[in-house]
Design a protein around this ligand. Sequence first.
Ligand SMILES: Cc1cc2nc3c(=O)[nH]c(=O)nc-3n(C[C@H](O)[C@H](O)[C@H](O)COP(=O)(O)OP(=O)(O)OC[C@H]3O[C@@H](n4cnc5c(N)ncnc54)[C@H](O)[C@@H]3O)c2cc1C
Length: 291
Amino acid sequence: MIPAGFDYHAPATIGEATALLSRLGDDAKVLSGGQSLIPLLKLRLASPRHLVDINRIPGLAYVKEADGALRIGALAREVDLDESDVVRARYPLLADATRVIADPLVRNLATVAGNLAHGDPANDHPAVMLALGAEITATGPFGARRIPIGSFFKGPFETALKPDELLTEIRAPAPPPRSGGAYVKLERKVGDFATAAVAAQITLAGDGTVADIGIALTNVGLTPIKADKAEAALRGRRPDDAAIKEAAQLAADAARPEPDLRGSAEYKKDVVRVLTARALRKAIERAGGGK
Ligand SMILES: Cc1cc2nc3c(=O)[nH]c(=O)nc-3n(C[C@H](O)[C@H](O)[C@H](O)COP(=O)(O)OP(=O)(O)OC[C@H]3O[C@@H](n4cnc5c(N)ncnc54)[C@H](O)[C@@H]3O)c2cc1C
């Protein structure tokens, strides 16, 4: 459980960090909260020759609403989301998710950016950000670019980030009135990765029909899955029991789980069906002003 040797770098600015990453290439790994990377190093599943620790770069630990979006900086920790009044009041989907990630020790260090950059389909934030329709800012030596979350996850542990880029910000669009969201996760014990989980974000029109909807699934495929057909089944329709049941089945059909210690593929698909209905009901209740 002792990592292989590495050189440690602690840049003071984003520019220094991206210059280092550009110079060191594939031999380097970014270190933020270390909650995924350090275990990999200890198990020697990763042995980078250089670690670029971004924790000393000032100004990246923010969670704030600005320019019509919730903006989460690269060094915002799970605990920062949990303690954020704006997240609690306006982004219940995010508030739900951060509370079911690991345990307080991990949440004090783990960053939301690291959760996404790691590209683990078992992680909780990828589906949450898909349901919210978020956007990633990636900053490299030649500047910043925006990546829609839908094209960010390329495969298991593979994202659209280039080796010389930092994930510097996540932006989730501010919800219009009559919006609500929920994240519902089934785990074997508190703090575990999901057997399956469902993120739902809904906006209701004045007449009670669904104006906008995002549904995404955790840990039932090689990447997080956007349940497009389930969303389409609800859009423009009154979200009554029949509509929710249909959408829940379509979400289950979209799941591509592998059997493992957490259960068979059939079981996990059924879990998705049940959790989708629960997430939708909670999101609808919250869109109507409920907690
Ligand atoms: C006991 C335990 C239980 C856990 N349970 C859960 C769980 O239930 N749900 C869940 O979602 N996660 C869980 N995790 C995983 C962990 O919470 C996340 O993966 C974590 O958020 C990663 O963030 P980090 O800042 O620690 O990243 P690090 O470990 O520092 O980095 C992870 C990866 O992302 C890259 N990276 C990090 N930040 C950046 C950046 N800004 N730009 C570019 N690349 C970057 C690193 O190079 C590395 O490849 C658990 C972890 C532990 C140890």
